[in-house]
Ligand binder design. Structure first.
Ligand code: PEP
Ligand code: MG
Length: 747
């Protein structure tokens, strides 16, 4: 960077600081900024465009274009050279704007008189807030040094925009992060809650983007980098002794932290008048822009390492977010891009709600949130950009909507909803210890799904008769190494103890599909849901299955034990899995360990094929549990993780129901106990129809037991069956409408 320009851009930043510090309205500040940039750079035009909403840019200040165009001229993201600059997040620098791709003539601005154009995105941490533009009459490209100076200025404008420096009366600009926002996502766990935003990764607020003492800032930067490096060295020292893989990751990380070019670039930014924090953010923004475009997995990984390091560095420099967990508010609603089950477990049940920018219904974090009945919304696009720590937020898990900074009307309506919800909970609590006996005298056994020790207290709280599905893979997923047999057996015995004599159906490890163990070699399959998963892995590589079966036998310690195998598709698989159990029994016997006094070995019916297995299967298996989540996806050929197709097919579709009825009949013919443990069992209308078909054991999330029991106790299943049969006779595709209409007059 030539010395002359260093001083030039420093001078420019010095003037900018004065303009920003002046005690004036937002619009006046913005006007002063464009004036002085045009003046300093000797260009005819300088304009600032800011986003009005996610898709629209608005001319907010200009020197050189017609003043009437301010707050009138708007363009969509991607439209014109300005829109293209914002969309591509890169500088567009051209000597001949009118003949450039995408040029849009805007008569109100008088723009056609200008030949050269340079647009620089105003971005903060990869989030584009607007575009800074300079234009001149002569046909010339701006020099790299001039572009660099503009980038520095754009960086400062971004910070000041974020801080609300350009907001005010007459400015026609509303502050970001002050308006109410409604975010629509997908439902992952129902329920309503009210609280304040608690960001998983809090945004660092930089209040001093410009410095007047570059040397002081350089020293701050170097000191922070030194602290960062020594922190990583300490982590590495710890990791080397316990975890080789983690150490390897940290080595790469350290390499980045020690990168001299990274430091050099930031030192140059500081030399040009940015504060140390602003310099870190400037480099971070550039890295994020590259990250969003790169398709190369390796490069993406490295860029996200750099992103993470920048965050750490910012936290060191600002002292913000150093102790995130301890200042978690009481009514925290967690807002994050995504979260792993381990991290969620660390936050614990204290959370009142969760809103994720990404996430999926079948993810482990979702399973954990469901087990805890914490309202959860996923796919809420924009939430991490819009939300600030401490913002009021309402989570409507039933509709998949989050209201950020809600106004009073929304708030009042929501409070009514919470009150209704609380009344319903009280109603369910009053029938907690009563059986789910219908008016026709059928008692349906309602059990709960679990996967963590922390779920077990719900057994008493929900009134469940037992655990119909214990997903053992959660214990494997939340660790960073394979658990040992002794650990597992201690854990299973704690589960059995907590169940206090109630039944627990342990399902052996169901990995593969979306459940990938962090410490196992990933298996690159084109379609993992139909790939090498669950019992297929267990039988091909039986080491873990054997270890798990032995741990289970030991945990039972002479008491009853129920074990089921996931994803059994044919009798042969069941026999092979059962043979593993026989071997485990033989080993335990040889070691002189006590065996369960009653052992039941079951299979999960999750693929249509098993319903057509030979009679012998139904005779040999001790019980069958229908895994409706998987069964439904294979029955309708509709991916359970794909929100678009998942909802197309109704569980109460008569084809699916008649299939279930066939399974009920085959089990009845052989006296094989049958249950249903997919998510649908917890939906009251579905539960009712299943019970009417003869499915008298249903396992669901603990929070669903109350509503399901409440409904079952109020109906006669023969009536329900008659309504279903009539809908079928009428040629309906689904019985849902008929049953729902009928229910209106019953309950
Ligand atoms: C199912 O598929 O319905 C089931 C209970 O198993 P999981 O959701 O864990 O695949
Ligand atoms: Mg399944």
């Amino acid at each position: 960077m030539p010395h002359r320009l260093e001083t030039e851009s420093r001078k420019l930043l010095g003037r900018l600081r004065e303009a920003l510090a002046a005690d004036s309205e937002g619009q006046a500040r913005l006007d002063a900024v464009v004036d002085l940039i045009a003046d300093s750079m000797g260009t005819a035009v300088c304009s600032i465009y800011l986003f009005r909403d996610a898709e629209t840019l608005e001319l907010c200040a200009t020197k050189g274009l017609q003043a009437e165009a301010v707050h009138q001229t708007r363009m969509r993201l991607g439209e014109g050279l300005v829109g293209r600059t914002a969309k591509s997040r890169t500088v567009i620098n051209t000597a001949d704007a009118p003949s450039s791709k995408g040029f849009r003539y805007m008569p109100e601005t008088g723009e056609e008189r200008f030949s050269s154009f340079c647009g620089v995105p105003i971005q903060r941490l990869g989030d584009v807030l607007g575009v800074l533009v300079v234009q001149s009459k002569d046909a010339r490209e701006y020099t790299p040094d001039e572009v660099y100076a503009l980038e520095i200025v754009a960086m400062v404008i971004a910070e000041m925009t974020e801080l609300g420096a350009f907001v005010g009366e007459g400015a026609a600009l509303s502050a970001r992060h002050q308006q109410p926002v409604m975010l629509r996502g997908s439902i992952a766990q129902e329920g309503a809650s009210e609280g304040v935003v608690y960001l998983h990764e809090p945004r660092v607020v930089v209040t001093n983007p410009i410095s007047d003492d570059p040397e002081k800032e350089r020293i701050r930067l170097v000191e922070a980098i030194t602290q960062l490096r020594s922190g990583i060295d300490d982590m590495l020292l710890g990791a080397r002794t316990v975890d080789k893989d983690q150490a390897q990751v940290l080595e790469t990380y350290r390499m980045f932290a020690n990168s001299s070019s990274w430091l050099r670039r930031m030192e140059a930014d500081v030399g040009n008048g940015l504060s140390a924090e602003a310099a870190v953010e400037k480099e971070q923004s550039l890295a994020r822009a590259r990250l969003s475009k790169s398709k190369d997995a390796y490069l993406r990984e490295r860029l996200s390492d750099l992103d993470d390091l920048s965050n750490r560095l910012l936290r060191i420099l600002t002292g913000q977010g150093a102790d995130a967990q301890s200042d978690m508010p009481e009514n925290a609603i967690l807002v994050a891009r995504n979260i792993g089950p381990g991290e969620l477990l660390e936050y614990g049940k204290k959370l009142k709600g969760i809103v994720l920018e990404d996430g999926s219904v079948g993810s482990h974090a979702t399973i954990v949130a469901r087990a805890w009945a914490i309202p959860l919304i996923i796919n809420a696009k924009g939430v991490t950009r819009e939300a600030l720590n401490g913002d009021p937020i309402l989570v409507d898990g039933d509709q998949g909507i989050a209201h950020l900074r809600p106004d009073e009307t929304v708030h009042a309506a929501f409070r009514d909803k919470i009150a209704m919800y609380t009344r319903a909970q009280e109603r369910y609590a009053s029938i907690r210890n009563l059986p789910a006996t219908t008016k026709c005298g059928t008692t349906v056994s309602l059990q709960m799904n679990a996967g963590l020790i922390a779920d077990l207290p719900s057994l008493a709280g929900s009134g469940a008769e037992g655990v119909g599905l214990f997903r053992t893979e959660l214990q494997f997923l939340i660790r960073n190494q394979m658990p040992r047999r002794a650990e597992l057996s201690a854990l299973y015995s704690r589960v059995l103890k907590a169940a206090d004599g109630k039944r627990v159906a342990f399902r052996t490890l169901d990995i593969g599909s979306d459940k990938v163990l962090p410490y196992m070699k990933p298996n690159d399959e084109p379609n993992p849901a139909m790939g090498w998963r669950a019992i297929r892995v267990g039988l091909d590589k039986p080491g873990v299955l054997r270890m798990q079966l032995q741990a289970l036998l030991r945990a039972a310690n002479g008491e009853p034990l129920d074990v089921m195998f996931p994803f059994i598709t044919q009798i042969g698989e069941f026999r092979a899995a059962r043979a593993e159990m026989e071997k485990a029994i033989a080993r335990e016997t040889k070691l002189g360990h006590p065996l369960p006094n009653v052992l039941k070995v079951g299979a999960m019916l999750e693929t249509p094929s098993l319903a057509f297995a030979p009679d012998a299967f139904f005779e040999e298996v001790d019980f069958i549990s229908i895994g409706g989540n998987d069964l439904k996806q294979f029955f309708f050929a509709a991916d359970r993780e794909n929100e678009r197709v998942r909802k197309r097919y109704d569980t109460l579709d008569i084809s699916f129901l008649s299939f279930l009825e066939k399974v009920v009949q085959r089990c009845a013919a052989f006296g094989t106990p049958l249950s249903f443990c997919g998510e649908d069992a917890g939906r009251p209308v579905e539960a009712l129809c299943f019970a009417a078909l003869g499915l008298h054991t249903l396992s669901m999330r603990p929070a669903s037991i109350g509503p399901v029991k409440h409904l079952l106790r109020r109906v006669d299943l023969t009536d329900v069956k008659a309504v279903m049969d009539e809908a079928i006779a009428n040629g309906e595709q689904s019985v849902r409408r008929a049953v729902a209409d009928w229910l209106v007059y019953q309950v």
